[in-house]
Design a protein around this ligand. Structure first.
Ligand code: ADP
Length: 253
């Protein structure tokens, strides 16, 4: 669980981002939405200990900034938006997810191997495990990195626009994987630029508006906030009346 109170994040004393309070729970999918540049990535960086902040970000009751990196990585996995094409194969990348448990020196245990195997299976990357990351498509690389964070087996998983390189069919598969992780008790926090998908798959939606994080809302609750939606996205989302519609809430003018 990640609890945020009176959070302020700064870049060079200029761009400032604030969140009064927010709760990101295990067993739930939380989406962070907002216009480009509103501060979504910055928030995720602070929640995962990649960015300094003032105020409080508590991970399982302990202040994020005070946790040692390996301890923090056992609780929170973070997948940034820009994924490097490191010179290694998919299995080796997934094995990096076990680093917080054994560091550089200890040999991988049976549990480490089982976690990596499971992560490769869940993400559908088992068949590509020997491929170098440089040989993969953008979408495959995104799934390879998802295998890394799943292998990490932390209770919270933070994903920054995880589906940006995926074509539509794989996006649905990707969200199915997230639903499975949620069922297994993981807490997912994802920055997602697709509004209909955010509304369809999230238990809570947090809207970042010009650097200020609104309280988490359900899809139905946020659907009722027409002014807020129009101001931020130029559209509203309404329950779909079409039984053939892919998503329960659809964009309307
Ligand atoms: P979003 O994820 O919502 O698109 P970001 O969190 O990436 O927004 O960035 C929000 C704003 O913060 C940017 O428009 C920029 O002004 C500022 N910013 C982001 N990264 C940096 C940085 N490394 N140094 C200075 N300012 C930054």
């Amino acid at each position: 669980m990640i609890e945020v109170h009176d959070l302020t994040i700064r870049y060079d004393d200029k761009a400032v981002f604030r969140a009064e309070s927010a709760l990101f729970e295990e067993g739930k999918i939380s989406a962070v939405i907002g216009r480009n540049g509103s501060g979504k990535s910055t928030l995720l960086k602070a929640l995962s200990g990649q960015k300094m902040y003032s105020g409080s970000v508590k991970i399982d009751g302990k202040e994020c900034a005070e946790l040692r990196p390996m301890e923090r990585a056992r609780k929170v996995a973070y997948l940034p938006q820009i994924l490097k094409s490191a010179n290694m194969d998919v299995r080796t990348l997934a094995e990096h997810g076990r680093y917080p448990y054994h560091g550089s020196f200890r040999r991988p245990t049976e549990e480490d191997r089982a976690c990596v195997e499971k992560a490769l299976m869940i993400t559908g990357m088992k068949a590509l495990e020997e491929k170098n990351l440089g040989q993969l498509s953008g979408g495959e690389r995104q799934r390879a990195y998802l295998a890394l964070v799943i292998a990490q087996n932390s209770s919270m998983i933070l994903l920054d626009e995880p589906t940006s390189f995926l074509d539509h069919m794989y996006r649905e598969d990707f969200f199915a994987i997230l639903q499975e992780l949620k069922k297994a008790g993981k807490g997912i926090v994802m920055v997602c630029h697709d509004l209909e998908q955010s509304f369809a798959y999230s238990d809570r939606i947090f809207l970042m508006e010009d650097g200020v994080l609104h309280s988490g809302m359900t899809a139905a609750g946020l659907s009722g906030e027409e002014d807020l939606l129009r101001r931020n996205f130029g559209v509203v989302l309404k329950p779909s009346e079409d039984s053939g519609s892919l998503y329960p809430f659809v964009m309307k003018r």
